[in-house]
Structure formats: C-alpha cells, structure tokens
Design a protein around this ligand. Structure first.
Ligand code: CP3
Length: 347
C-alpha cells in the first residue's frame, strides 16, 4: 500500500487516522455556494429552501465545485439550521442572515427537540446524501455534517446570529439545568441526524461549532464540553472519523482535545504546528488557510500551501481553510489553492 494511495476516499480516511498518504487531501469549507457563478445562477430560479429540500438540486450544487477543482471530498449540500426548523423553530434565510420565527423560550419548547426523528422529519437530507454518494463513490469521499449543540442552541435562543450570545449565556446563569437539558437533547438530535447521513453513505463527518470561540473558558466547559462529549460518544455507534471545527476557539483546543474527536479543524488564529503541540499524538488536524490568501496571486498561494504543509507535516493533515469561503473569493484563487495541494509531493 505504501506510496500507492491514489483514491480520494482512502486518502481522506488515512489522513484522519494519521496513516501514510501520497499527499494530504484537500477540500474547502463552504466549497459549494455563493462564490460560484453557477450557484448564483441556480439560485435565481430556486429559493435556498427549495434547494435544501430537493435532493436533485442539492446534488447539483454539491457537484458544481467538482467541475472546476480536483477536490478530494464532497460535502453534502444542506445547512446546519435545517435541524432547528424541523424542531419547529421556523427558520428563514434573510439578507441579514438566518432568523428563527419561534426561538427557544423555556422548558415548554424542549419536547419538540426530544421527539425529532430525522428519518421522518428530514427525509430529504438522507436522500440527498444517498444521491451524492452514488455520484461520488468510489472515487471521492463524501462528508456529512451538522451544527454542534452549542452553536444550534445559540441560534435557537438568540433567534439569529449574535456575537455575544447574551441570551443563551444569561439563560444558563439563571437556569443552568434547563440549558444543559437543551444542549444534551440537541446532542442526541445531532447524533441521530449524523448517523442517518452515515447510513446513507457518508465516509466521514464534520461538526461545525461556529460560536464556540465566543465563550470564556469557563462557559466553554459548561456549554460545549459536556454536549460535544456526548455527541462524540454517540457517534462511536458508527465507525467513521469525525472532525470538530470550533471557530475562533484556539484557547479551548486543549480542553476539546479530550472529547474523542479524531480530527480537529483549526481556524486562522492558531498555527498548525502549535495545534500539533496541544493535541495528543495520533490526532489529525485540518486547516487553516485564511480565505483572504485566495485573493493573492497564484504563485503566492502556491508557496503558502507548500510552506503550510511542510511546517505542519503532511501526515494526519487535511488541507482546508481556517473558515468558510465567502462570496468575495475569486474562483481562480480557489483553483490555485487546490492545484497547489494536488501537485504537492511528500518528501
Ligand atoms: O459547501 C458547503 O459547505 C455547503 C453546505 C453548507 C451551507 N451552510 C450552505 C449554505 C454548510 C456546511 C453550512 C454550514 C453553516 N450554516 C454554518 C457553519 C459553518 C460556518 O461558516 O461557520 C453556519 C453558521 C450556518 C448558518 C447559515 N446558513 C448562515 C449564517 C447563512 C447565511 C450566510 C452564509 O454563511 O452564507 C446560511 C445560509 C447558507 N448556508 C448559504 C449556503 C450556500 C447561502 C444561501 C444563499 O443565500 O444562497
């Protein structure tokens, strides 16, 4: 096997367990979406909710980046908030960001979280995953994903994006048991949704904890650690690697490293070599180019990628961004980034 790992699925799985690879695999957070003209074109005809709920349209969007770039993995086209909508939160996507028509206000809102059955309430997620796997396997890996309990609870309590998370924090200072019940119920719902995606064919999973960095170490211990630990434990019901992405949470990495995730996705605030020092041996890393680098000339991007891989070490590494692609990023920058990784030759 040494030296002949040429298949993207094997490359991704080997990277997650720090095994030998010919080169590190590459994919990009938010690789399907608004920076692609063909996505914007499709969105002129279909609402975002229509795309999410139609497996054929979701497949088309997930495939779009593959017509341009040689990525190693496809990510299901969906959104972290579909779970909250299925629980009755009435999610709307507006120009100012997502908003919840019915935010979480207290214990009376818990039952709808406990009774969620993703097969019944989100069947199109499983169907989109099955379709995507049919198109990608056996050549390319397919990633399933969901939001982490804290990030989902934050949207649910705040009613939309909020940097200081003051509603959920004050609720947890006033009524810590209620917030723990909410987070643990969400951990189970997220686990059920992710297990459905694995059963539909996903090769690996990523959990997005977008708001984890907006917490003090003390609040992180309370609001992220127990629920993410439960999630990691539940996901052991299936034998697939799980990546945890905590945005802006460099100072929480040591604490999170004990939760049982095989891969930690590192954001731009921490160097990959420092992340290696913090994480236990045998833990893989993903990251962590600043999306702004993709606005640089191709030669700059090429050198950046080579140096990043050399500094981080190419084993146990998935090359990615430190945060998701934004609409301003030029397609040529993405192409140069992916090419630099696929041309990389491990020493
Ligand atoms: O390639 C992919 O990664 C596509 C699948 C995907 C989407 N959202 C599609 C989407 C994924 C993995 C997500 C994750 C997601 N959604 C996160 C975590 C990742 C992160 O960046 O930290 C969060 C916080 C959300 C919630 C959400 N959904 C927001 C804040 C927004 C509006 C702004 C934005 O980021 O685009 C959405 C809408 C959304 N989700 C769009 C897409 C392509 C844009 C919809 C449109 O206007 O066409």
């Amino acid at each position: 096997m040494e030296g002949c790992l040429v298949n993207s699925v094997e490359r991704m799985i080997a990277a997650c367990s720090c095994q030998h690879v010919d080169r590190p695999p590459v994919w990009l957070m938010r690789q399907a979406g608004r920076y692609l003209p063909e996505y914007l074109e499709l969105r002129r005809k279909h609402s975002f909710w229509d795309v999410l709920r139609s497996p054929a349209l979701a497949l088309e969007v997930a495939l779009q980046p593959f017509r341009r770039f040689q990525l190693d993995a496809a990510i299901l086209f969906s959104d972290i908030l579909v779970l909250l909508d299925a629980m009755g939160a009435q999610v709307a996507y507006t120009d100012k960001g997502p908003s919840m028509g019915r935010p979480f206000r207290g214990a009376r809102d818990l039952p709808s979280i406990y009774k969620l059955d993703p097969h019944r309430d989100l069947p199109w997620v499983g169907e989109a995953m099955e379709l995507l796997c049919q198109h990608m396997h056996p050549q390319r890996a397919v990633i399933g994903f969901a939001g982490a309990p804290l990030t989902l609870a934050a949207y649910l309590c705040e009613g939309g994006p909020s940097k200081d998370l003051r509603t959920i924090k004050s609720l947890s200072y006033r009524d810590p048991h209620l917030v723990q019940d909410l987070l643990l119920a969400l951990a189970d719902a997220v686990a059920d949704l992710l297990i459905m995606q694995v059963d539909a064919g996903a090769d690996l999973l990523q959990v997005f904890d977008t708001w984890a960095g907006n917490l003090s170490p003390q609040d992180h211990e309370l609001l992220c650690v127990p629920a993410n630990k439960r999630l990691a434990q539940r996901l052991k019901e299936r034998d697939v690697p799980v990546i945890l992405y905590e945005r802006g949470a460099a100072s929480h990495l040591e604490s999170s490293s004990r939760l049982g995730f095989q891969v930690h996705s590192i954001d731009t605030s921490l160097s990959l070599s420092r992340a290696r020092e913090i994480l236990p041996a045998g833990t893989a890393i993903q990251g962590n180019t600043d999306p702004a680098v993709l606005m640089a000339p191709p030669e700059y991007i090429h050198t950046h990628v080579r140096e990043m891989i050399q500094r981080a070490g190419h084993l146990g590494l998935i090359v990615n961004l430190g945060q998701g692609l934004v609409p301003e990023i030029p397609v040529e920058g993405v192409a140069a980034f992916v090419r630099a990784v696929t041309e990389y030759q491990a020493p």
